[in-house]
Write a protein that binds this ligand. Structure first.
Ligand code: C2E
Ligand code: MG
Ligand code: MG
Ligand code: MG
Length: 295
C-alpha cells in the first residue's frame, strides 16, 4: 500500500503527497501501538500463549518431542503468528525477555505432562539470533528448568543456522554451557544459511532440522530429493538426528522413511495444538494418526 501511495504521490503532486504522509504516519502509529501492546502482554502475562506441534519418531512410531510455537491473542487483530510480531520484539530490544517467557511457560507445561506420565517427552523451544548475544542465556535456561522442576533431558533449544553462523565463536561457548546443563541443542531451518562443515563439526549439536522449503517439491523435484538425501547422510556422519519439517503428504513421508530420516514434523501428522488438545492427542491419537505412525 505504501508503495502504491508513493507512486500516486509522485504522479499527482502535493495533495497526493499529503495523502502519502498521512498513510505513513498511520502505519507508524499502528506499529508503535503494537509494540506497546506486546510489551504489556509480556509484562501482564496476558495474551501470549504457546501451541505445541508433536514430532513423530519414525522408528518407534511415538511422539517423543514437541515444538513450542509462540502465538499472541490480540484483542482486536485476533490470533497472531510469530512472523507478525517477533520482529517488533527484536527491533525494540525485548526479544530475550519474550523468549525467556516462552522458556518458563514451556518448561511449566512440560512438567505438567511429565506428571501425567509422559516422562520421556521433550519440548523444543526456539531461540532468536539475538538471544545468542546474551551471556546469561545459560542462566535463563537453568532458572526456567528449576522454576518448573523439569529435568534438563526434557528440554531442547532450537537455534537457526543463520543465528549460529552469524557469530560462531560466541554461540559455541554459550551452547557448550547450555549443553553442560544437560539440555539438547538443534540447528533449525537447516539448508537456508551458510554453515561450513568445519563449524558444524565443532558445534555441540544433537539434532538437525531440515528446512521445509526442501520438502515442498518432493517427490516431484529430483534435485530437492537428492539434497535431502545428502543432508540426512551428512547429519548421520556427524552423529546428528534428523527432523524433517513441513511434511504434508504421505509421499513425502514414504520418501523420508526410505532415506532413514529419524523424525517428522508437519501438518500431515499434526498441526501445532493448544495444550488442552495436545493432552488429548497424546492420550490417544485417532485411528488415522495411528495408521500413519505405523505405515
Ligand atoms: P520454525 O521454528 O521453523 O517453526 C516451524 C514453523 O513451521 C511453524 O510456524 C509451524 O507452524 C510451521 N509448520 C509446521 N508444519 C508445517 C507444515 O506441514 N506446513 C507448513 N506450511 N508449515 C508448517 P510458526 O508457528 O508460524 O512459526 C514461525 C517461526 O517463528 C518459527 O519457525 C520460529 O522461527 C519462530 N518462532 C516461533 N515461536 C518462537 C519463539 O517462541 N521464539 C522465537 N525466537 N521464535 C519463535
Ligand atoms: Mg523451530
Ligand atoms: Mg524450522
Ligand atoms: Mg522455519
Amino acid at each position: 500500500h505504501a508503495d502504491l501511495a508513493l507512486y500516486q504521490a509522485k504522479n499527482c503532486g502535493r495533495n497526493a503527497l499529503q495523502f502519502f504522509n498521512h498513510h505513513l504516519k498511520h502505519k507508524v502509529t499502528l506499529e508503535l501501538q503494537l509494540e506497546e501492546e506486546l510489551r504489556q502482554a509480556l509484562i501482564s502475562d496476558g495474551g501470549l500463549l504457546l501451541h505445541y506441534q508433536p514430532i513423530l519418531d519414525l522408528r518407534s512410531g511415538d511422539v517423543t518431542k514437541l515444538e513450542a510455537l509462540l502465538r499472541w491473542q490480540h484483542p482486536r487483530l485476533g490470533l497472531l503468528s510469530p512472523d507478525r510480531f517477533l520482529g517488533i520484539a527484536e527491533a525494540n530490544g525485548f526479544i530475550t525477555e519474550l523468549d525467556a517467557w516462552v522458556l518458563r511457560r514451556a518448561c511449566a507445561d512440560l512438567a505438567g505432562l511429565v506428571a501425567q506420565g509422559h516422562a520421556e517427552l521433550r519440548v523444543a523451544v526456539n531461540c532468536s539470533a539475538l538471544d545468542l548475544s546474551h551471556d546469561d542465556l545459560p542462566s535463563i535456561v537453568a532458572t526456567a528448568l528449576e522454576g518448573a522442576g523439569l529435568r534438563p533431558q526434557n528440554l531442547e533449544l532450537e537455534v537457526t543456522e543463520n543465528a549460529l553462523m552469524s557469530s560462531v565463536n560466541q554461540a559455541l561457548g554459550l551452547l557448550q554451557r547450555i549443553r553442560e546443563l544437560g539440555v539438547s541443542i538443534s540447528i533449525d531451518d537447516f539448508g537456508t544459511g551458510y554453515s561450513s562443515l568445519a563449524y558444524l563439526k565443532r558445534l555441540p549439536l544433537d539434532t538437525l532440522k531440515i528446512d521445509r522449503s526442501f520438502l515442498f517439491d518432493i517427490p516431484g523435484s529430483e534435485a530437492d530429493g537428492e539434497i535431502v538425501h545428502a543432508i540426512i547422510g551428512m547429519a548421520h556422519i556427524l552423529r546428528l538426528q534428523v527432523v524433517a519439517e513441513g511434511v504434508e503428504s504421505a509421499e513425502q513421508l514414504a520418501f523420508l522413511r526410505g532415506l532413514g530420516c529419524d523424525f517428522i514434523q508437519g501438518y500431515l501428522f499434526s498441526r501445532p495444538l493448544p495444550l488442552e488438545q495436545l493432552a488429548d492427542f497424546l492420550a490417544g491419537p485417532d485411528a488415522s494418526v495411528q495408521a500413519l505412525a505405523a505405515c
